[in-house]
Design a protein around this ligand. Sequence first.
Ligand SMILES: [Zn+2]
Length: 572
Amino acid sequence: MRRMSWTPDEETLAAIRHLAIQNAIEYEGKAVPGSVIGRVMATMTDLRQYGNIVSPLIVKFVNEANLIADSQGVNALIEILQNEAPHLLEKREKKERRTGLPELPNAEKGKVVLRFAPNPNGPLSFGHARGLVINATYAKEWDGELILRFDDTDTTVKPPLPSAYQQIPQEAEWLIGFKPHRIVVASERMTHYYEHAVQMLNEGFGYVCRCSGDEFKKFRETKTQCPCRENSVDLNIDLWDKMNDGTFVPGDAVVRVKTDMELKNPALRDWPALRMQDTEKNPHPREGIGSKYKVWPLLDFQSAVEDHLQGVTHIIRGKDLMDSTRKQTLLYQHFGWKYPETMYWGRVKVHEWGGFSTSQMRRDIEAGLFEGWNDPRLPTLSALKEKGITAQALRNFWVELGVTQKDISVPLSTLYSHNTKEIDAIAPRISFVKNPVQLSLQGESPDSINIAVHPNDKSMGQRIFELKDNYVYISSNDTEQNEVRLKDFCNITVNGSNAQISSTERTDKRPIIHWVGSNCIDAELIVVEDGELVSINGKMEMHDYPIGTALQLERIGYGIIVAENKIMFTHN
Ligand SMILES: [Zn+2]
């Protein structure tokens, strides 16, 4: 059907114009027609059929808005919206507040490249989540790319765990909600690091140093150049070959970056870039790598070269790595590269967890102290997920803490309250009676009682508590008092294993206890108490929720179904 006769009314024109202005404000006077068209079509769906008429109008309004920004400044645009469509400004403010992160310096839409670079010596921990969440949030905000890079060039102190190469990308996707755009494995890119090492030697800003660690330490402390610094290029290349062909053994030689032995910061003085590792004794666990290489880059060198090769634009790292930035900046100067923008954060400590390291957890798991990486006592992502902490709660937690150099100490309850916000509205209520005792009901009662699955969401349906056998279960903890009320049912007077129903109305302030009817199952609740996993037996309502469902156990807290009759406690 031809719709040539259609022309937009005043109201539609104004709405389109306002969206163009909003976009121009957002992009500092450089509104993009494409994104305004997208926004118009998304919010005014009835205009989609008139795309050929609407699109040129949008282009016209975008140009007008950009022109105003250019001649009178973005504030003039803000003023227009304040007068004509203030809700479009509010929305923008809300969005900015939501991310809670500082502006990424010198970022360009569509051109931001960030990286998250864990050592795969274990799966991801709670601490890793920060790097992932912050980098992913920025990547998303700027339509940029996120690289997941395995910094796996240490085969001796923190050897990689083979399973982590598969587990980490899955955990990352779960946490951030999308697949990282690129995955880079450092140990598979050794030739690149070698090429750059050789370039350093050839161009004279690197040298092979054969001093012992102690000898060089003295040179560094006394700001003295070591004799190797004067090696000719030919000698350096010859020594480099001897590192690679096995003439030398670990400890015999390292490749250093020539900086300046007079630099104020001793750590920066001719810092080591590559060293030898005994991969016969400690082969690299990655298939095809094994004992193939004798010379390995140190993290500062490997990371610096890789950041350049991958076009990383922004690095966000701990403030304890400021020296790494300084070292790498000196290296970049030698190569004639531009160093990425860098932001730092301070430490975040969770009271209950104190200090933990992946290496220590790995030792403890291997020693049998924990059941595995997903043991609910461990601060790993898999354990948190298994316990019922949502990815969104973790994201909100880290974004709220932001990127600040201040050291922060928080209680675990902060994470838990983020999680409550995510699950409370959707978690079905269920009754779990710990250490159950049976009570025979005396008096008149219906065959069953219906109770809402969720008190605030009727659409979630009803639970049925069967009463036709005239008994219920309550927790033995609740038998100390005689006058109680069975939640959503009736007042009772308990006498041994009998209970007399007195009133279905709530007539007094007696305590309310939870209960289950005869249609219940034997169930187990797993909780962590004082560092131990404790299993609590009980009776639970029959249910058909799938494994992984978050529940609220009435009067107990939140839990997640790990088997039909087994619930893992999340938090209260
Ligand atoms: Zn030396």
